[in-house]
Design a binder for this molecule. Structure first.
Ligand SMILES: [Zn+2]
Length: 68
């Protein structure tokens, strides 16, 4: 099922975020608590959504911690 990999992709979206305590381990930037939404798409048509919360860096955007 090699073709399957090319048809399915995921789109990550930050719905809202607010500053949080802590700093990024990669760049030292400020951390924020973000409500994330991940849409899994098949042929660019979303068919599955998942909402989750994560601590992410406001500077480089890396996920520091996630709560699924
Ligand atoms: Zn960072």
């Amino acid at each position: 099922m090699v073709c399957f990999c090319f048809l399915v992709d995921q789109k990550r979206q930050v719905r809202k975020s607010k500053p949080a305590a802590g700093t990024c381990s990669r760049c030292g930037g400020g951390a924020s608590v973000a409500d994330m939404k991940t849409a899994t798409r098949f042929c660019h048509v979303p068919f599955y959504w998942k909402s989750w919360r994560a601590i992410m860096c406001t500077f480089c955007g890396s996920i520091l911690k996630s709560y699924h």
